[in-house]
Design a protein around this ligand. Structure first.
Ligand code: HPA
Length: 266
């Protein structure tokens, strides 16, 4: 982590980011037209290359709406074969860079009929169904405590900021619990039913490890899901990656507009 931090610090000179934004599937357009320092993951010591189609695999340090930000265009997933520690390394590096605010976005499947594809869902809490935890292993006391509290992982203040911004932009914003399974297979209809019974509204294969590590590091977190499809069993169409990326691209502009407004008030 120290080596990765030193490498990035050296590349960005005196640029001081205050917000990190992790862009999920199909949300790369957020970075279009932004000028700044781009660092491909393949050049960053300690970063694994991003292997998922539709994920660019690049860090972009840039001023967005008057705030110094770093965008992760593509993230690391557990299902790619990285350990949860590897998938969350960028979050620890962001914390070391002095970043206190983190915006996590993802593409997710809906577990509820009334949460229709194309909707945007504010994450109010999560359920970790990945079967592991990114904090397993020796604790780094400089980042956080051994047994971190997971109350209000997703900041109430930032959720209110997002709700106000959505209202201003006339964007409908739902709120719900995000559940994460490790993937890469999509859920079975029985699993989808179980997740809904347990109180989740959306499901995906990311975000939760990053949120756990960021909360452990005392960062203020905002999580937003772009609902790209009905999860298995809720419609006649079986979930597939092409549909997920296409819906993320077509409905993504709404989320991108919301993110740009939220950043002003972060
Ligand atoms: N399941 C899991 N992950 C997903 C889905 C889904 O239906 N859609 C987008 N990411």
């Amino acid at each position: 982590m120290r080596e990765t931090f030193e490498f990035i610090k050296d590349k960005i000179n005196d640029f001081k980011p205050e917000i990190a934004i992790v862009l999920g599937s199909g949300l790369g357009a957020f970075c279009e037209g932004l000028e700044g320092i781009r660092i491909p993951y393949s050049q960053i010591k300690g970063f694994a290359p991003s292997t998922v189609k539709g994920h660019k695999g690049e860090l972009l340090f840039s001023n967005v709406e008057g705030k110094n930000c770093v965008m992760m265009q593509g993230r690391f997933h557990y299902y790619e074969g990285h350990s949860l520690a590897q998938t969350t390394l960028p979050i620890k590096v962001f914390k070391k860079l002095g970043i206190e605010k983190l915006i996590l976005t993802n593409a997710a499947g809906s577990l509820k009929k009334d949460l229709i594809p194309g909707s945007i869902m504010l994450i109010c809490d999560h359920i970790n169904f990945m079967g592991s935890n990114p904090l397993i292993g020796e604790n780094d006391d400089t980042l956080g405590t051994r047994f971190p509290d997971m109350n209000e992982v997703y900041s109430k203040r930032l959720r209110n900021v997002a709700k106000n911004c959505a209202k201003k932009l006339n964007i409908k914003l739902k709120e719900g619990v995000y559940s994460a399974l490790c993937g890469p297979s999509y859920e079975t209809p029985a699993e989808v039913k179980m997740l809904e019974i347990l109180g989740a509204s959306a499901t995906g294969m990311s975000t939760v490890p990053e949120a756990i590590v960021a909360k452990y590091c005392s960062m203020e977190i905002l999580g937003i899901s772009l609902i790209t499809n009905y999860a298995a069993g809720l419609s006649n169409i079986a979930p597939n990656h092409k549909e997920v990326v296409e819906m993320a691209k077509s409905a993504g502009s709404k989320l991108i507009a919301l993110l740009k407004e939220v950043i002003k008030f972060c």
